[in-house]
Write a protein that binds this ligand. Structure first.
Ligand code: SF4
Length: 259
């Protein structure tokens, strides 16, 4: 079913139905081995990717108010870097919110960037007009950092606490591997305790034809992590808290071990 009837892009734009997807930084403090920006041989940035970021002035010039007001929603994601690394993210978000009427912003981050004070101020700025998706992938640092290299689980939880308490909307994004699938319920509980309203579980789809992923760590040691055994038809879970309980997580885990 086509949700809206329109004949061309201009019509969609004029009816304020376009959702904008922005990548505003190629900087990142993490080194997730399967990320597009990570070189799996040493976990640094891939050589050919330039380190660039949008400035506030560039953003305003690309999106003057009359243009900005045409969009339905803005999703600031991090395909090539983490948006919270952008030095002007606070000003950019403030400008969008001040100059649009009720527009909602979505931001993906690993969450281990900036401190609780910054996140408090950011939460006060955006309140319920911005949703931040945080990466929580374990119930302890070792499990979390197995994939989210160079990030700090406690820092993420503290930042999420602070942002949520200030009025921002927090949701958690968890990539599922063999090393954390058994703790889905506990990751959901931990996230809820630190202010998340919902959690999204998604199985990594970057193993291609293999069950394992090999990478070389910063010190030159070779390491691996493994594909989740969750059944193929259960790649995606996105539920409100009242649908989460230990029993549903137990069933998912047991099914995954039978697959
Ligand atoms: S946090 Fe995001 S942008 Fe940074 S390395 Fe990980 S997946 Fe890539």
């Amino acid at each position: 079913m086509i949700p809206y009837e329109f004949s061309n892009y201009k019509e969609l734009y004029d009816r304020k139905l376009v959702k904008l997807w922005l990548d505003i930084s190629t900087y990142c403090n993490a080194g997730c081995p399967q990320c597009h920006r990570t070189n799996a041989n040493g976990l640094g940035k891939i050589e050919w990717l330039p380190l660039v970021q949008w400035s506030f002035e560039q953003f305003k010039s690309a999106f003057p108010i009359r243009v900005l007001q045409k969009f339905k929603e803005i999703h600031i994601c991090g395909t090539w870097g983490d948006p919270i690394m952008n030095k002007d993210i606070f000003e950019i978000v403030s400008y969008i919110l001040q100059n649009t009427n009720g527009m909602h912003i979505l931001i993906n981050t690993n969450g281990s960037i900036r401190d609780e004070e910054w996140w408090w101020k950011f939460g006060v700025l955006v309140r319920n007009r911005t949703t931040v998706y945080w990466a929580v992938e374990g119930i302890n640092p070792k499990q979390h950092e197995k994939y989210r290299k160079f990030t700090d689980l406690q820092k993420i939880l503290n930042n999420m606490d602070s942002f949520s308490a200030a009025g921002g909307i927090s949701e958690v994004f968890t990539v599922i591997f063999e090393h954390n699938e058994k703790d889905m319920y506990n990751i959901a509980e931990l996230s809820k305790k630190h202010g998340a309203r919902q959690i999204m579980f998604i199985r990594s789809n970057r193993f291609y034809d293999n069950n394992s992923f090999k990478y070389v760590d910063t010190d030159g040691t070779v390491d691996y992590f493994y594909k989740s055994k969750l059944p193929i038809n259960k790649d995606f879970y996105y539920k409100s808290w009242d649908l989460y309980n230990e029993e549903s997580m137990r069933i998912i885990y047991e099914e995954s071990n039978q697959a």
